[in-house]
Design a protein around this ligand. Structure first.
Ligand code: NAG
Ligand code: NAG
Ligand code: NAG
Ligand code: NAG
Ligand code: NAG
Ligand code: NAG
Length: 286
């Protein structure tokens, strides 16, 4: 992060920082480096929509993502989906609602919402839309990261692992936090001495190398849709059951074997989230 910041890499870093919750966190999403995957028209639109203050100060955008829930309390239910306990599947009609039962108020509904808002973008007269498309873009990037975090599509009674106390090595935390932060932090500490940038580089390399055959499949969106959040949500609850919740009980101590077996899942979901954000933006602004 120390190197001189050109416009492009600034955008990269900004997008990288959009996702996920706590300030110092390592962001559920590697959106930044994926700016390279944007078409010219999408890159131009993204550049136009990013807030002007972002140009001057990265921290202000970090805090946008972090403050969102405090500044906009109505957005809190838009970060996740609660699915029925132990069923291990997701159904939009059944599950996408808030605690009051209001339909569409979940992370999948929010992705559809902000995608359709962004579809009103008109490059030739950017001010004609009734929506704040800067916010729509920031929300879309953020929620695309969230929906790929397996425990953002978790069980209802444990709030996606938020009420499951565990130890991450010797540190007391909750399972949800392990998946939001701890696995990524430990990976950085153990493997990526230079910090988040080096980690993101490693992921980007796999996207263009190792995984390139599969990437086309990740980008696809069925039935001529612009965004496919239901697919991502289904994948997340499957991964939550197969990996996140698996073999974890209240007060479990999670350490090397859990870390080693789950890190590849985290890496994959981060990569998919980034690739799909870029693909979605390309469809929106095509
Ligand atoms: C950027 O914003 C942060 C937090 O809002 C502030 O602490 C910092 O001084 C700002 N830096 C610059 C260079 O303006
Ligand atoms: C859709 O976006 C608007 C504007 O930000 C917001 O008020 C509304 O709650 C959103 N609804 C969903 C389901 O995301
Ligand atoms: C749109 O939202 C951004 C980000 O929250 C904010 O900085 C900007 O002032 C808003 N624009 C308008 C016209 O309200
Ligand atoms: C990249 O792929 C290699 C080979 O499959 C794997 O060992 C490595 O952990 C991957 N790195 C990341 C960051 O996903
Ligand atoms: C997708 O769009 C194309 C072109 O508009 C159309 O020919 C095709 O029938 C559509 N397919 C579906 C499944 O809606
Ligand atoms: C769960 O625990 C069993 C028994 O120790 C082990 O065989 C299995 O590999 C573990 N599964 C995962 C995903 O950790």
């Amino acid at each position: 992060m120390q190197q001189s910041i050109t416009i492009l890499s600034l955008l990269q870093l900004l997008l990288l920082l959009f996702s996920s919750l706590p300030a110092q966190s390592h962001a559920w999403g590697i959106h930044g480096h994926l700016i390279a995957r944007l078409s010219d028209s999408a890159a131009t639109a993204v550049r136009a929509l990013l807030p002007s203050y972002a140009g001057g100060n990265l921290s202000s955008l970090c805090s946008w993502a972090d403050d969102v829930k405090f500044r906009y309390p109505w957005s809190a239910p838009l970060h996740y989906i609660d699915t029925p306990d132990r069923l291990c599947n997701y159904n939009y009609d059944r599950d996408c609602k808030d605690e009051d039962g209001v339909k569409g108020r979940c992370v999948a509904g929010a992705i559809t919402n902000y995608t359709s808002q962004l579809l009103t973008y008109d490059a030739t007269s950017p001010s004609t839309t009734k929506y704040n498309l800067t916010q729509a873009l920031l929300f879309l990037a953020h929620f695309m990261g969230d929906i790929h975090q397996p425990l953002h599509v978790g069980f209802t009674s444990d709030k996606g692992g938020n009420t499951i106390d565990v130890h991450w090595y010797s540190k007391k935390t909750v399972l949800h936090h392990v998946w939001d932060n701890s696995i990524i932090e430990t990976a950085e500490d153990d493997y990526y001495g230079e910090g988040v940038a080096e980690f993101v580089d490693a992921l980007t390399q796999n996207i263009t190398g190792e995984w390139s055959q599969r990437v086309t499949g990740w980008e696809e969106c069925s039935k001529n849709q612009t965004a496919c959040p239901d697919t991502y949500a289904s994948e997340s609850i499957t991964a939550a059951c197969d990996w996140a919740y698996k073999n974890v009980t209240e007060d479990s101590v999670l350490e090397d074997s859990y870390f080693a077996s789950r890190l590849p899942v985290v890496n994959l979901r981060l990569a998919q989230g980034g690739v799909r954000l870029a693909a979605t933006l390309n469809r929106i602004f095509s």
